[in-house]
Design a protein around this ligand. Structure first.
Ligand SMILES: Nc1nc2c(ncn2[C@@H]2O[C@H](COP(=O)(O)OP(=O)(O)OP(=O)(O)O)[C@@H](O)[C@H]2O)c(=O)[nH]1
Ligand SMILES: [Mg+2]
Length: 298
């Protein structure tokens, strides 16, 4: 192994913004692997999750956070918000994401939480959606008047537009430090955690807006035998009506959830997967702090 160069840089970069602006999508393209789940629905990310990118001269430790919640005041959302504020103060740089052309009260609320002693880069995501690029400039100017940003970078996480430019900007703010993780590490989370998240993503994606966001996934068994991983997952829902929605007509939807999950797991873990998924009714889990800890919410 080569020795770490003297001026190697390494640091933590928090990714924050209101729900659905593309935080997880951006982190995945920055690290070149899908460790954080994404969907069209707001409130997809529920756990702090790191994504790691190691270059010859720097290691970037990104921290994806749940979109800051303002609408509901249940225990789950309070826990999510606490996760976000704890992450901010311990970062070397912050990416504050907004959606090109929109800045509302939910964005303002996140902006108000940002610490003054950490460099904040304003990232204007989804710029591919703006047909008339001339409107981006006044939009950027309007927001930059609200805070002392270290830089402003318009990107499209989806099209990978300007992602390299963003990385170069981030690097300037990383302290000189040896790497914290190994060169091949892509996250600090276990395969068991990632497996549960992949199933949750498929539930989110395949159920559209029918299913209330209070459903979760637990891995009841995770065994590895040589290259084969055997995974038994349970989807927990609040009501029996939700259970039948997930199972679908003659089990068709659950089968689709299972197939898509398995394919993603095979890609991420690099080996064959045997996957069984059960649906269980367990009401009230999102309103109970002890229950949240039991399901892995910090
Ligand atoms: N057009 C376009 N869509 C994007 C872009 N980046 C993300 N999206 C889409 O925006 C939606 C939300 O993306 P996520 O990455 O899940 O957003 P998030 O900010 O992590 O959301 P939460 O975890 O719920 O707070 C998904 O449907 C993405 O495909 C982009 O650059 N352009
Ligand atoms: Mg997310």
């Amino acid at each position: 192994m080569n020795a770490t160069p003297d001026n190697f840089r390494c640091g933590y970069i928090a990714i924050v913004g209101r729900p659905n602006v593309g935080k997880s999508t951006l982190m995945n393209v920055l690290i070149g692997a899908k460790v954080s789940i994404t969907s069209r629905k707001a409130q997809t990310t529920r756990h702090r999750i790191t994504g790691i990118q190691t270059r010859d001269d720097a290691q970037y430790i990104y921290v994806d956070t749940p979109g800051f919640q303002t609408r509901h005041a249940n225990a789950l959302n309070k826990t999510l918000n606490k996760t976000v504020s704890n992450t901010l103060t311990s970062s070397d740089a912050i990416l504050f994401l907004v959606e090109a052309g929109t800045f509302g009260p939910a964005d303002q609320q996140v902006l108000d939480m940002l610490p003054k002693n950490v460099p904040v880069i304003l990232v204007i995501n989804k710029s591919d959606r703006v047909k008339d690029k001339a409107v981006l400039m006044p939009f950027a100017q309007k927001i930059s008047a609200l805070f002392n940003f270290a830089a402003i970078v318009p990107v499209s996480a989806k099209l990978r537009f300007q992602v390299d430019a963003l990385e170069a900007e981030i690097k300037r703010h990383l302290p000189e430090n040896p790497p914290v993780f190994g060169p091949d590490d892509i996250t600090d989370r276990s395969e068991k955690f990632l497996a549960a998240e992949i199933v949750r993503e498929k539930v989110f994606r395949l159920l559209g807006d029918e299913l209330p966001y209070t459903s979760t996934v637990v891995i009841e068994q995770f065994e590895q035998e040589g290259n084969l991983r055997r995974i038994f997952a349970a989807i927990l829902v609040e009501r029996s009506t939700h259970k039948s929605m997930i199972i679908g007509d003659k089990g068709a939807r659950l089968k689709e959830i299972s197939t898509q999950s398995r394919l993603d797991m095979e890609k991420l873990f690099g080996g064959p997967i045997y996957l069984e998924i059960w649906v269980k009714v367990k009401s009230g889990w999102a309103d109970n702090e002890a229950g949240l800890r039991a399901y892995g919410y910090e």
